[in-house]
Design a protein around this ligand. Structure first.
Ligand code: GRG
Length: 302
C-alpha cells in the first residue's frame, strides 16, 4: 500500500485500524467469561478508542520485511494489550492520577482501583498468552516465536517501559538534563514503539539488515513520539487529545519543552524523524507506510 500523500496515509491508517479492531474483537475474551467484571474492565479500556499506533507499526514492520501484515495480527493485538495495561496503571492515583483517558473516564474511575490494577495485570498476561499460544500464528518457527516473546518482554519490563516509568518517578534534581530525558523516554515510551516495528519484521523472517534498520527507525520515532506528546501537552487541544492539557506542568514533570523550549523541541523531533527516514533508505516501497507513519507522528494532533 502506497502512502505518498496525506490522504493515502489517512486511508492506510484507517484500514489498518479496522483490521486491528476486528482482530482485537476476535482475540480478546468477551464479557460472557467469568468474572465478567474483569473482562468488562479490560475491554472498556482496550476499546476506548486509541490510535492503535503500536499494532499498526507491527503490521507495517511485517510489510517492510516482505511479509503478510495479516499474519502478525495476534502479535499486533498483544502489543496493544501491553500498551493499554500501561495506560491503565499510569492513570492510577498512585501514579499520574488521571480522570480521563482516550476521552473517557479512566478505568479506575469506572471500575475502582483494585479492578483497574487487575485489568491491567490481565491485559499484560493475556498479551503473552496471545504471543505464546501456538494456535495463533501457527506456521511461525518456534525459535522465532520465543525470540519475539523475549524482545517484547524486554521492551515492556524493567529494562524497558517499567524501568522508564520508575526513572520518571526520580526526584526532580536528577532530571533536568536532556540526556536523562532521552534515557528515560527511550525506555518508557520508545522501547514499546521500537519493538512493535521490529517484532512485525522478525515474525515475517526479516533479514538482519532490515531488522537493524527498523530497530534504529523505531528508536528514533519512539523518541520523536514522546517529544510530540510533551509538545501536545503544552499546545494541544483537549477535545482532540481526549484528555486535559497542562498536566505535565501541574505534576511538575520535566519535559522536552520545559528543558529545551518549544522551538528546540520541535527541531529535535524533526531531526529524529529525518533520521528515521534515512534509516529506511535501503528499503523498498514496502516501507512506504513506515515513512508515512514517521511524518504522522510529528504532525499528529492527538
Ligand atoms: C505503568 C508500567 C507503566 C508504564 C507506563 C507508557 C507509559 C508507561 C505511560 C503513559 C504516560 C504517557 C502519557 C506517556 C506519553 C506517551 C504515551 C505513551 C502516550 C499514550 O500513547 P498513545 O498516544 O495513546 O499511543 P492511544 O490512546 O492513542 O493508544
Amino acid at each position: 500500500m502506497k502512502t505518498g500523500s496525506e490522504d493515502n496515509l489517512e486511508n492506510y491508517l484507517s484500514q489498518r485500524r479496522a483490521l486491528v479492531e476486528e482482530a482485537l474483537e476476535r482475540l480478546i475474551p468477551g464479557e460472557e467469561n467469568a468474572p465478567s467484571l474483569l473482562f468488562r474492565a479490560m475491554r472498556y479500556s482496550l476499546f476506548a478508542g486509541g490510535k492503535r499506533l503500536r499494532p499498526i507499526l507491527c503490521l507495517a514492520g511485517a510489510e517492510a520485511a516482505g511479509g503478510d501484515p495479516a499474519s502478525v495480527l495476534p502479535a499486533a493485538c498483544a502489543l496493544e494489550c501491553i500498551h493499554t495495561y500501561s495506560l491503565i496503571h499510569d492513570d492510577l492515583p498512585a501514579m499520574d492520577d488521571d480522570d480521563l483517558r482516550r476521552g473517557k473516564p479512566t478505568c479506575h474511575k469506572v471500575f475502582g482501583e483494585a479492578t483497574a490494577i487487575l485489568a491491567g495485570d490481565a491485559l499484560l498476561t493475556q498479551a503473552f498468552t496471545l504471543l505464546a499460544d501456538p494456535r495463533h500464528m501457527p506456521s511461525l518457527p518456534p525459535l522465532t516465536r520465543v525470540k519475539v516473546i523475549a524482545e517484547i518482554g524486554k521492551a515492556a519490563g524493567p529494562f524497558g517501559m517499567v524501568g522508564g516509568q520508575v526513572m520518571d518517578m526520580a526526584p526532580p534534581e536528577g532530571r533536568g538534563e536532556v540526556s536523562f530525558l532521552d534515557a528515560m523516554h527511550r525506555r518508557k515510551t520508545g522501547a514499546m514503539i521500537r519493538v512493535s516495528v521490529v517484532a512485525g519484521a522478525m515474525l515475517c523472517g526479516g533479514d538482519p539488515m532490515t531488522i537493524k534498520a527498523l530497530s534504529s527507525y523505531g528508536e528514533r520515532i519512539g523518541l520523536a513520539f514522546q517529544i510530540a506528546d510533551d509538545i501536545l501537552d503544552v499546545t494541544g487541544d483537549p477535545g482532540e487529545l481526549g484528555k486535559g492539557t497542562g498536566g505535565d506542568r501541574r505534576l511538575g514533570k520535566v519535559t522536552y519543552p520545559a528543558v529545551m523550549g518549544l522551538e528546540a523541541s520541535r527541531r529535535r523531533m524533526a531531526d529524529l524523524v529525518d533520521g528515521a527516514l534515512t534509516d529506511l533508505e535501503g528499503l523498498d516501497e514496502r516501507a512506504h507506510p513506515l515513512r508515512g507513519i514517521a511524518k504522522f507522528i510529528m504532525e499528529r494532533k492527538s
